[in-house]
Design a binder for this molecule. Structure first.
Ligand SMILES: O=C(O)CCC(=O)C(=O)O
Length: 241
């Protein structure tokens, strides 16, 4: 049973669904915005496992209860259990204040599970997202183009440059969609989905958002982009309890 009537088959086919978080999360969003407003640094650095970059803060859940709270919203955990058929284990947060304009990629290149396919991302809009402030751009169905598994590390996995990824997507007839969602909505996507950040059309516009990454119970966890044949880099995540 989940709070939202999400069509699981459609989620598995497209790789993404959008939901509206409960109203009670509103104060949590405000608390995140307030508590992080002066936290973005001029220079990248790390303090006690929290990584501060000029454009993002990674794993601040360890010291920020509001970020942690948003990572473990029970309705979201229930939805992930339903969609993936295993208990979700949140392990990483990323907070942003501007559009990332990030190149196209899949999250599964950075973190993946063994067996493959048990990685999810939940991207929460902390303010309204428009074409002006650099929405997420994503390609429904692109997760079906390739899956990274531990056995594949000897082979470079598919194209990596933006242009190469774009031509693979075009050849497969997959067109881009923009995550034009409102404050309080969240996009849930599978780790293999190709996505990135669209251009910021209004320079300086804020685009406050939080991503949480989830693995699932009963897997091993590894880092495809750092792994080579004979040297798989395993991960032992610190779970967000
Ligand atoms: O928020 C965005 O624009 C995309 C961020 C993203 O894809 C990531 O950090 O992996």
């Amino acid at each position: 049973m989940t709070t939202w009537a999400v069509d699981r088959q459609q989620f598995l086919d497209t790789g993404l669904t959008t939901v509206t978080l409960p109203d009670r999360c509103g104060p949590t969003f405000d608390a995140i915005l307030n508590s992080l407003k002066d936290a973005y640094p001029d220079e990248d650095h790390e303090v006690d496992g929290v990584r501060y970059f000029t454009d993002r803060i990674m794993d601040v859940w360890q010291i920020n209860e509001h970020v942690r709270e948003l990572a473990v919203v029970p309705e979201v955990l229930d939805l992930l259990s339903y969609l993936f058929g295993r208990r979700p284990l949140p392990f990483q947060t990323l907070n942003f204040r501007h559009g990332t304009q990030q190149h196209l990629h899949s999250d599964a290149l950075h973190n993946n599970s063994d067996p493959a396919g048990f990685l999810a991302s939940v991207w929460v809009a902390l303010e309204d997202i428009t074409m002006d402030n650099g929405p997420v751009v994503y390609y429904p169905g692109s997760h079906r183009l390739a899956e990274i598994s531990v056995g594949d590390v000897t082979q470079p996995r598919g194209p990596h440059s933006n242009d190469a990824i774009r031509s693979t997507l075009a050849a497969a007839g997959i067109v881009p969609h923009h995550g034009l969602i409102r404050r309080g909505q969240a996009m849930v996507w599978v780790g293999d989905l190709i996505h990135g950040g669209a251009p910021v059309l209004y320079p300086g516009a804020t685009r406050h958002s939080q991503i949480t990454h989830y693995f699932f119970e009963g897997c091993r966890y590894w880092v495809p982009k750092s792994s080579t044949a004979g040297n798989v880099i395993w991960r032992h995540p610190r779970w967000i309890a």
